[in-house]
Design a binder for this molecule. Structure first.
Ligand code: CU
Length: 221
């Protein structure tokens, strides 16, 4: 008994030293469950009305790859104002285009090793297709603020997704200021879900979202 007490006294003050004095920010983590789809991946979870924070795009690098007759990733979310690269890493030519109201464009046909770019400067959903391969489709989600995440293959997400942003050359995005936020989802095959969460000033709030098949709502109204 005496031994345990001694350890407690030695360890406790040391732990206190490592606690941050005060953290005025939080994050939202959680899981998306889907019914009627094989995978809970590629679901955008986002905050539609968030504090306007500047996003430094000078080092941004976002790629929509063409490989094995598919666009990779299937859902690519980018901050508004991002220029996306479209490399052809396949053995055949592709012709990327979009008829979406958010961004209508046609990159034309180009072969293996070729690459083109396109600026996405208006918030909303951009559906990508290939004029050569009808089965190819993907989505670029042009985001008004940096508070979003796209779920992984287990349906997990974290807002903001610091790791993802850093991997794509965007630094300096801080956690959410404490407050009440409406969280929404977007996936082309799933009905949009909404949840209101209270982000504490010193940590994370967790959230579970259950989605079913259906048409999603517009990203922004
Ligand atoms: Cu194609």
């Amino acid at each position: 008994m005496r031994k345990i007490l001694t350890i407690t006294f030695l360890v406790a003050p040391a732990l206190l030293l490592y606690l941050p004095a005060e953290v005025f920010a939080g994050s939202i983590t959680g899981t998306v469950n889907v019914r009627g789809l094989r995978s809970p991946a590629d679901v955008l979870v986002y905050i539609s009305k968030a504090p306007a924070v500047p996003v430094d795009l000078s080092g941004a690098k976002f790629i929509m790859d063409q490989r094995d007759l598919a666009f990779i990733p299937h859902v690519l979310a980018v901050p508004v104002g991002t220029t996306v690269q479209f490399p052809n890493n396949d053995k055949v030519a592709h012709n990327v285009f979009s008829l979406s109201r958010t961004k209508t464009f046609n990159l034309g046909s180009y072969g293996p090793g070729g690459s083109k770019t396109m600026l996405f400067d208006k918030p909303g959903v951009v559906e990508l297709r290939c004029d050569v391969h009808a089965e190819m489709s993907a989505y670029i989600l042009d985001m008004e603020n940096p508070y979003w995440a796209v779920t992984d293959d287990k349906g997990h997400f974290k807002i903001p997704d610091q790791e993802y942003l850093a991997q794509h050359g965007i630094k300096g995005i801080k956690d959410l200021p404490p407050g009440r936020y409406v969280v929404k989802t977007w996936n082309e095959k799933l009905k949009t879900q909404e949840a209101t969460v209270e982000v504490p000033k010193d940590g994370e709030v967790t959230l579970q979202l259950d989605l079913t098949r259906g048409a999603p709502s517009a990203l922004y109204k």
